[in-house]
Ligand binder design. Sequence first.
Ligand code: BV8
Ligand code: ZN
Length: 229
Amino acid sequence: MACRGHVAGRLNGCGNLRREWRATFRGAGGLWKDYKPEELANAEAFAKNPKLVWEWYNHRREIIAKALPNPGHKALVEFEKRKPRFTLITQNVDGLHDRAGSGKILKLHGDIWRMKCTVCGANWPDRRTPLPRLPPHCQCGGLARPNVVWFGEPLADGMMKEAEHAVTSAQVFLVIGTSAVVLPAANLVPYARKAGAKVIEINTEETAATGMVDCVLRGPAGDLLPRLL
Ligand code: BV8
Ligand code: ZN
């Protein structure tokens, strides 16, 4: 399929990083301490046992800190250089797009390298791995939480609006390495289609979006994305 004009929107999931979201789980036992991601990535679990939830984030931060952006991340940096109206929309909280050099990133689900105070609402970067003390606290003494969007929580104000605008004004929308299950992120696919964008899925497997896209490129994003340049 020939992609004309410019790529102005793309959504990616952690397939772009070998499933960080699940990679930190798919250890020998398949889960982290027998917890499913959804069981820990929510406010109730944090309220009940903030130390446990922070052990999980500390664990993921240590894995991500050792990871390097792959050719897929790097190709997206190149797209951004070549396409004036390029927007990178990610569900990943790993910060690897930043490390690859991407500039214009809509982080739908937040950033694992930032913390937020549950008392005063302060928000600050913290890249220490491992974290010296769990759970970490804010300067005000308040309990800190990861600056990510947990299940059952809304995305940051205006985030979905900005993402919707990017995909509904796009000529081409690349959907890369996501199972397209988690909402509201996955809604961006039908929004883009309805607005007339050519939607291209890049994934190693069939997804919940496959039936909705114009073109499927089946294979690893790290191999296929550089070839689209
Ligand atoms: C909300 C941050 C309402 C945290 C994340 C029942 C039905 C439908 C929806 C719901 C439901 N019950 C609840 C909901 C809503 C829920 C939801 O969607 N649940 C899902 C599980 C059904 N959504 C929410 O709760 C959202 N909030 O709805 O709030 C509200 C509104 C107003 C007021 C109050 C409340 C919040 C969702 C955000 C959750 N946070 N992350 C953290 O990281 O700790 S989600 C997290 O998981 C990631 O950010 C990402 O979004 C998702 C993982 O999905 P993928 O990235 O797609 O990864 P996955 O492993 O699934 O798939 C990897 C894919 O890559 C595969 O397709 C694979 O084939 C492919 N792949 C692998 N390797 C490669 C590859 N492709 C290419 N190349 C490769 N090399
Ligand atoms: Zn505080």
